[in-house]
Design a protein around this ligand. Sequence first.
Ligand code: NAD
Length: 379
Amino acid sequence: MTEARGRRIAVLRERASGETRVAATPETVKKLVALGAAVAIESGAGVSASIADDDYRAAGAEIGALDQVVRGADIVFGVQGPEPALLTGAAPGAWVVATLDPFGQRERVNAYAAAGLEALAMEFMPRITRAQSMDVLSSQSNLSGYKAVLVAANLYGRAFPMMMTAAGTVSAAKVFVMGVGVAGLQAIATARRLGAQVSATDVRAATREQILSLGAKPIFVETIAGIEGEGAGGYASEMSEEYQRAQAELVSSHIAKQDIVVTTALIPGRAAPRLITDAQVATMKPGSVIFDLAAPQGGNVEGSVADQVVERHGVKIVGYTNTPALLPADASALYARNLFNFVSAFWDKEAGGPVLDDEIGDAVRLTRGGQVVNARLAD
Ligand code: NAD
């Protein structure tokens, strides 16, 4: 009898610098085992997310060294894409399920193809209702939006809430959130909880109501139409020059009065739009803080530096590129559930493993049969 695909799932220890997350938790191991999978976890994979080898063992996983874990694996789980050289010994055509940074790591995608692996990029999951529970971008962005506000609050030399004390009044911090997707919404909610006065902007008109419902003030370009309705897959596109000029003017007049700015604006498959220039940073009060959550895609803020806190004109600019990794336990728990939901939604009892349908399969599959097959990567 040939062994059915998907029986054996390997979970690797992350090797990227600063990565603290892990792609499975004892909870998801238990559920995967209940589905009929054998789960092998590389020793130490969970340590930085506060999960010990023994916790995985108790959940039904086998623990081993890299080569033991990868040998014969039908599916390899990662947070970030593992180097193809680590996957020697995996079953022919094995799935690599991770965030693969397909545009940034094109060479690695080619190497997965050359190795005969089937690479599935979780960040390419379509934004459709039935895939919401598999959406790693949403689960991680939500935590990023939260943590960005806490990091900014920590670097800010003043308090967030208004306080009336015997020694006098401390005024509330003014927080401006640019880009109101998943991260931006959580940033608004978190800043509000801390007692800040919050305003926010986006190019998508639909976000106005969401901003208001969180008790924040919408700041919108009124003279030129933004994006009405939900765009293709719910994403923004690049805006016209005319819109960009109007937005820059609006930002210039607003930003000088802000203490904290969190930028989250992304356009899938492109560099992040530049929303704040150095000249605009210079108008802010010394001691203000900007958290540029778009730093991994090149940044929304002129002068932000990947993985550093820099100071420009007395303003601190945070450019961390892996903000979810600052919350390793929760980020891993949600990410691991996303992967479990993905695999279990497609689990086929007869095949003894997951079998993808066309809509989601074609969206996330980067390589198959030695070729790069994803339409978004077509040259
Ligand atoms: P994202 O990370 O791609 O972008 C963040 C935000 O930046 C978006 O709101 C975008 O409109 C905004 N933006 C882009 N260019 C801008 C600019 N020049 N100025 C200001 N803002 C700009 O977005 P996201 O967080 O992934 O979410 C995008 C949308 O998808 C949201 O409507 C979200 O609710 C929706 N969504 C749907 C599902 C689903 O149905 N399964 C899942 C997740 C998100």
